[in-house]
Design a binder for this molecule. Structure first.
Ligand code: ADP
Ligand code: MG
Length: 252
């Protein structure tokens, strides 16, 4: 459960109370990789929820479980203990393609498809017509300032270009919940700021919730909510802006 201090509830940040059910809820969720001597407990008994229109920065050191928690919330990993539910999304995301959009931390573009084909590919799977899928793909690339790369293949792209195309792919699908895993990790400050501008503007237009994992205090400062992880534990949550506090130093 998101812990809210009375001051957070009455804060003057742009949080709008919303009566709709939470989009995703984690109840004492744990996730382990491997077994025996190779067992790694990546997420430990995490309880949290993402409300409609949430704007959350997920922070914490490398290896603290951020990516695993995002994958659990996306329904891409099954918890080894506890329960993940999606009351505001009508059930498991895999049953409702497009409602949850994930910007993956690592390379995620399909190598045989060019940039616009990569961006529009999920739309084809969701039954959108070829013409509309391509148009939405081009529009999304244009918003991110990379429509000139529409015909480029993934192997011709830099890491930062591929990262922006992965963001475009999520936005083109118009999800209700955006889970972005270090989406600016390979970008310079200017490009990172643009990606955050576009991501937040699109989320406003879509009335979507956003969770962004990041190491970058400048990126975290764009989001009024803050979750922080350590050693698989979600150590704290806060909806209030903490613009003046370095990411790693935020503590309850
Ligand atoms: P973060 O995103 O905060 O860096 P991760 O969720 O990627 O954290 O990783 C949490 C822990 O789980 C780390 O110890 C990592 O090495 C381990 N881990 C992540 N993915 C796997 C995997 N596929 N197999 C085994 N261990 C993994
Ligand atoms: Mg990660």
């Amino acid at each position: 459960m998101t812990t809210l201090s009375p001051s957070a509830r009455s804060s003057t940040t742009s949080i709008i109370e919303d009566d709709r059910p939470v989009l995703v809820s984690c109840q004492r969720v744990s996730h382990s990789y491997g077994r025996g001597h190779a067992l790694v407990v990546a997420v430990r008994e995490v309880t949290c929820e993402v409300e409609p229109r949430a704007r959350i920065a997920l922070t914490g050191p490398s290896g603290s479980g951020k990516s695993t928690l995002l994958h659990l919330m996306a329904g891409l990993e099954e918890p080894t203990a506890g329960r993940v539910g999606w009351p505001g999304l009508g059930g498991h995301p895999l049953m409702h393609p497009g409602r949850v959009g994930v910007v993956f931390q690592g390379p995620s573009l399909l190598p045989g498809l060019n940039a616009v084909e990569n961006v529009s590919f999920p739309l084809h799977l969701a039954g959108v017509s070829d013409q509309e899928a391509t148009q939405r793909g081009v529009d999304a690339l244009r918003r991110l300032g990379i429509d000139d790369l529409a015909g480029a293949l993934p192997q011709e792209l830099s890491g930062g270009q591929a990262q922006r195309i992965a963001v475009a792919r999520v936005l083109a699908a118009r999800p209700a919940l955006i889970l972005a895993d270090e989406p600016t990790g390979q970008l310079d400050h200017g490009a990172a700021a643009l990606v955050m501008d576009v991501l937040l503007q699109a989320a406003d237009e879509l009335d979507a919730a956003v969770v962004v994992s990041t190491h970058d205090p400048a990126v975290a400062s764009r989001l009024p909510g803050r979750w922080w992880m350590r050693d698989g534990h979600l150590e704290g949550t806060d909806r209030q802006a903490r613009f003046d506090t370095p990411t790693e130093a935020v503590r309850p």
